[in-house]
Design a protein around this ligand. Structure first.
Ligand SMILES: C[S@@+](CC[C@H](N)C(=O)[O-])C[C@H]1O[C@@H](n2cnc3c(N)ncnc32)[C@H](O)[C@@H]1O
Length: 336
């Protein structure tokens, strides 16, 4: 299988560093996988490279576009003519300018986003290319945000985008926050184009709440990498703005089933009980999260014949020093 390189996605909580470990533990004689919380697609991408038929799903639309561009898409890339069409014309006062000036970006930057959104929607007809353009615009927006997320107050953003302040305080200028969207987009376009390959499977991207579709999808393996209760896991807060950019309207946060520690056991029980279409279930988890491993093992044993727990040391970028030493990556592996 050709080895296309995974591009820079910068997804909080991604599994890039452990994707080899996780996918090397996929059970033998399996050919298809449902990545139910696909996020930045690092596991979907590795599975695609390994020749699996991949179905990727995420409740956030921006993650759906990423999966459509990199996983479902087997051949469409952005060419020079597409780039001309994406960046033509002048900045405009649109939805982003009116609602998010000095909330997420400076007013003139918001006008650029309005211009690019209009161009992508009007001028890029092929839906794979459109998802690819949206994914590159996503990465450009993330690159301009301190801490690569959208739940930082504007006051703090202004401070951190002040290169002198940032240098004096943190010894880092962070000048990339002040480079243009266009510059970031063009920097990465080759890497994203080169990440598109055909593994001769009909891969698919979905944009659903897993609680609505878990029993409607078929594959040999279901892989679960949910937000971890007890860690920083507000994915709507991190990335909801990107869905608003795509939809051009305000969006209510999706219900995050993984914040309430008292409900989370019932939620996992619900998901496991409805996973009958899959021979194998693999679940990534973290030693600091709730519920603890024995509870999870017992829950899985209700529905699966063979259940095991694999452990690996793994440092999360977003956790503090204390956590880094003791954090362990868990992979629960269950088979019928
Ligand atoms: C830990 S991240 C997945 C990271 C991914 N494995 C990667 O390597 O980039 C969890 C993902 O679950 C998604 N999510 C949260 N609740 C969901 C739900 N109810 N249904 C589907 N996706 C959900 C979030 O949007 C987020 O992208």
């Amino acid at each position: 299988m050709m080895q296309a390189k995974f591009p820079k996605v910068n997804f909080i909580g991604n599994k890039e560093k452990v994707n080899e470990w996780i996918t090397s533990n996929f059970p033998k004689k399996t050919f298809s996988i449902f990545d139910a919380f696909s996020g930045g697609c690092s596991i979907s991408f590795r599975a695609k490279q390994l020749g699996y038929k991949v179905i990727s799903n995420d409740v956030l639309e921006i993650n759906y576009h990423l999966a459509k561009a990199l996983i479902q898409n087997n051949k469409f890339k952005l060419n020079k003519n597409d780039l001309l069409k994406i960046f033509e014309g002048e900045p405009k006062k649109g939805f982003i300018y009116r609602n998010y000036s000095e909330v997420y970006f400076y007013p003139e930057e918001c006008m650029e986003l309005d211009q690019y959104w209009l161009n992508i929607n009007k001028n890029i007809k092929n839906s794979y290319k459109k998802s690819l353009a949206i994914s590159l615009m996503r990465r450009a927006m993330i690159r301009k945000r301190p801490y690569s997320r959208f739940n930082i107050l504007w006051k703090k953003v202004v401070q951190l985008r002040d290169e002198n302040f940032s240098y004096e305080k943190y010894k880092r200028k962070r000048s990339y926050h002040n480079q243009s969207f266009k510059c970031h987009f063009l920097d990465e376009v080759d890497a994203y184009n080169n990440a598109i390959f055909d593994n001769n499977k009909k891969n698919k991207a979905m944009n659903k709440n897993i609680f609505d579709v878990i029993d409607k999808v078929d594959a040999d393996i279901i892989y679960l990498d949910p937000p971890y209760p007890g860690t920083m896991n507000d994915y709507f807060g991190f990335y909801g703005f990107l869905d608003e950019f795509v939809a051009q309207k305000k969006i209510k946060p999706f219900p995050n089933n993984f914040t309430d520690r008292s409900k989370v056991i019932d939620d996992f029980d619900y998901l496991f009980s409805r996973s009958g279409n899959f021979k194998h279930l693999l679940l990534s988890f973290n030693s600091k999260s709730s519920p603890k491993k024995d509870i999870m093992l017992n829950l899985l044993k209700k529905y699966f014949k063979r259940v095991e727990l694999l452990e690996k040391k793994h440092n999360y970028q977003i956790t503090g020093k204390e956590n880094k030493k003791t954090n362990k990556e868990y992979l629960f592996k269950a088979s019928r």
